[in-house]
Write a protein that binds this ligand. Structure first.
Ligand SMILES: NC(=O)c1ccc[n+]([C@@H]2O[C@H](COP(=O)([O-])OP(=O)(O)OC[C@H]3O[C@@H](n4cnc5c(N)ncnc54)[C@H](O)[C@@H]3O)[C@@H](O)[C@H]2O)c1
Length: 377
């Protein structure tokens, strides 16, 4: 596949355009907001120049990557594309409207992919004239740096397409995994407790955000603690994924959102991008220092990790993806230091089950129920 269309030139669209172009494709980048594409391509040019100065790529390659991306001002300019990946605003109706228009221009063979984080692929495809050509192709942020791509066939996707996209992503230098079309797919489902339990611990005033972050970094070797990570992702974005996953699992208490996060989102304390979230990023501010407490840190780490491992075991039981893919996804999509199944085996599933039992007894909540597979491992 040589001609690739990208719709949406925001954070993800620009990153995906860079990946496809670096792999030697001709990229046709379209956004409703023309200025956005110009701004994105200017930004990309600066990034590529910096990479060339640091000798990470040659100046010729930098030129080539930028030169392969065409700034399109009309959607119809994507008519000769063999694959179009949509990365516009996370709104089902708007996405469906764009797909309906796109189908008027592209050939019947053109494959249409969506980078959606949380909308059902099947539901997006259902409104297409030809739903068989539709598939989820989910990159992680920043797309040029994070190797993982989740390939998600919907119920109506024709069967060889997932394998075809898997091969294509490999040829683009990515680490693809094939996932089922369930809310959150692999990573955004399994990772929910990393944020959810952390928020609960702080909401219940057991610890401060900096203590939770410090505990997860020092005891778990996580690159970022939950709160600094939420500040980076954007508290509004993280909250919206949580509420979508919760609703789409028919209000399963496991995924219940946090009031604290809702209030932060309402207050537009979105994290780094607004200058303030759980931490203050304004000029002159200093990061709070966590008060170390060995017993508390162990409790925080055990609780969050046990919940994550339980989610991974449940994903294995439901065969959301193969064991290898489940393990790889968490390491290459969100930089977890180990695969969660291997981590569970290392700690001992009996111990994980004990931690969850204690939480269940404390709270008397379905949220802490164990995967039926956990006790059999
Ligand atoms: N940001 C992330 O970390 C991340 C990670 C994985 C997936 N995603 C998903 O990728 C998609 C894009 O996210 P983003 O963070 O790049 O958003 P963004 O806000 O940075 O960019 C979205 C772009 O889409 C454009 N747009 C909106 N409506 C359009 C339309 N009708 N036609 C053409 N362009 C339109 C906007 O002008 C904007 O430039 C979403 O579905 C999101 O859930 C985001």
């Amino acid at each position: 596949m040589k001609n690739i269309g990208i719709i949406g030139s925001g954070t993800m669209g620009t990153g995906i355009a860079q990946v496809a172009s670096a792999a030697g494709c001709n990229v046709f980048l379209f956004d409703v907001n023309e200025q956005q594409t110009t701004k994105s391509l200017d930004g990309l040019g600066q990034t590529l120049n910096r990479l060339a100065q640091k000798q990470k790529i040659t100046p010729e390659k930098a030129q080539e990557i930028l030169g392969n991306i065409k700034n399109c001002t009309r959607l119809s300019e994507l008519k000769d594309c063999e694959l179009v990946i949509e990365a516009i605003v996370e709104n089902k109706e708007i996405k469906q409207k764009v797909f309906a228009e796109l189908e008027q221009y592209v050939s019947p063979e053109c494959i249409i992919g969506s980078n959606t984080s949380s909308i059902s692929i099947t539901s997006l495809s259902a409104e297409l004239q030809n739903p068989e050509r539709f598939i989820g192709i989910h990159f992680f942020n920043p797309a040029p740096l994070m190797p993982l791509v989740e390939i998600i066939p919907g119920l109506l996707t024709k069967s060889p397409l997932a394998q075809e996209m898997y091969g294509l992503m490999k040829s683009w230098g990515k680490s693809p995994v094939i996932a089922k079309d369930i809310p959150g797919f692999i990573v955004n489902r399994i990772a929910r407790p990393y944020y959810g339990e952390a928020l609960r611990i702080v909401e219940e005033q057991m610890a401060t955000p900096e203590q939770v972050d410090d505990a997860m970094r020092t005891l778990g070797n996580f690159r970022m603690g939950p709160f600094e990570l939420m500040d980076l992702i954007g508290i509004d974005v993280n909250y919206s994924v949580t509420t979508t996953v919760y609703k789409d699992y028919f209000y399963d208490p496991k995924y219940k959102p946090s009031l604290l996060q809702q209030r932060m989102s309402e207050a537009k304390l979105h994290g780094r991008k607004t200058g303030k979230g759980f931490y203050d990023y304004s000029e002159g501010s200093t990061a709070p220092v966590a008060e170390k407490d060995d017993e508390l840190y162990q409790y925080i780490f055990n609780r969050i990790l046990a919940m994550l491992i339980n989610e991974a075991v449940e994903a294995k039981r439901l065969k959301i993806a193969s064991d290898e893919d489940l393990e790889m996804a968490m390491q290459k999509g969100v930089n977890y230091p180990k695969g969660l199944l291997a981590w569970g085996a290392e700690i001992g599933y009996g111990k994980i089950s004990g931690i969850l039992n204690a939480l269940y007894l404390d709270y008397q909540e379905e949220r802490y129920r164990q995967s039926p597979l956990l006790k059999k491992l």
